[in-house]
Write a protein that binds this ligand. Structure first.
Ligand code: ACO
Length: 189
């Protein structure tokens, strides 16, 4: 099963893996996760759109060809072999702070049926572990006010405002989504 990055202990937190075992396995995104439903889980976060398997695989290969940058992890439920949670750490290379690295936590989603079982918290711990192993001096994220308490429980503090400039296409998507799904789901993507 081709993985996005090596499933070594420096990237896959042994503590988190042990905490969710044996019901779930923590691992990097795999090229076979299209069939395992990773995009369905992301639909609990926001719109995903109509993505073919070919497009998914092309995206997967793009990320895999950039080692040290894209870390997408999943929890797979052993009973169903389906992905039930997914999250990303994107490592940014800066010049400031002596060419420091910053981890950006993105697109965190736990399947509705699995929420409230501490998988979200373990997901953030798993991404924090990768950030540390990668040498990031901090990890940052944007979220809606609705999720602030969740991130506080994960050890994060409110660091200020998010400013956004959307493209006109994105603005139209947001307006449509806003009409059908409610504002709350738009804040973070
Ligand atoms: N408000 C207040 N407390 C919360 C919330 C919330 N919205 N969500 C979770 N918590 C608390 C829990 O009660 C729990 O508290 P405890 O440790 O005292 O028992 C703690 O936070 C950990 O909760 P988990 O069980 O780990 O949360 P879960 O697995 O349900 O995951 C998540 C939380 C990721 C927000 C999930 O509900 C989800 O996928 N929601 C839809 C998508 C989404 O909003 N994703 C986050 C977008 S922001 C981003 O991507 C950077």
């Amino acid at each position: 099963m081709p993985l996005l990055f090596p499933a070594t202990e420096s990237f896959i937190s042994p503590a988190v893996a042990a905490a969710v075992a044996p019901a779930y396995i923590l691992r990097p995104l795999s090229s076979s996760d299209y069939a395992a439903g990773v995009l369905d889980v992301l639909k609990d976060l926001t719109t995903v759109g109509d993505i073919s398997e070919d497009k998914f695989l092309a995206h997967f290969e793009f990320m895999k060809a950039r080692p040290g940058e894209y870390f997408m992890v999943v929890f797979e439920k052993m009973e169903t072999r389906k992905v039930v949670a997914v999250g990303t750490l994107l490592v940014e290379r800066k010049f400031i702070h002596e060419c420091g690295l910053v981890g950006h936590i993105e697109d965190i989603a736990v399947a509705k049926s699995e929420q409230g079982k501490h998988l979200g918290k373990h997901l953030i711990e798993a991404l924090d572990h990768i950030g540390k192993a990668s040498g990031c001096y901090k990890n940052i994220l944007d979220c809606s006010p609705h999720n602030e308490k969740f991130y506080e429980k994960c050890g994060y503090t409110n660091g200020g405002f998010e400013m956004v400039s959307t493209t006109s296409k994105r603005r139209k998507d947001i307006t449509n989504l806003n009409r059908s799904n409610g504002f709350d789901r738009l804040q973070h993507d």
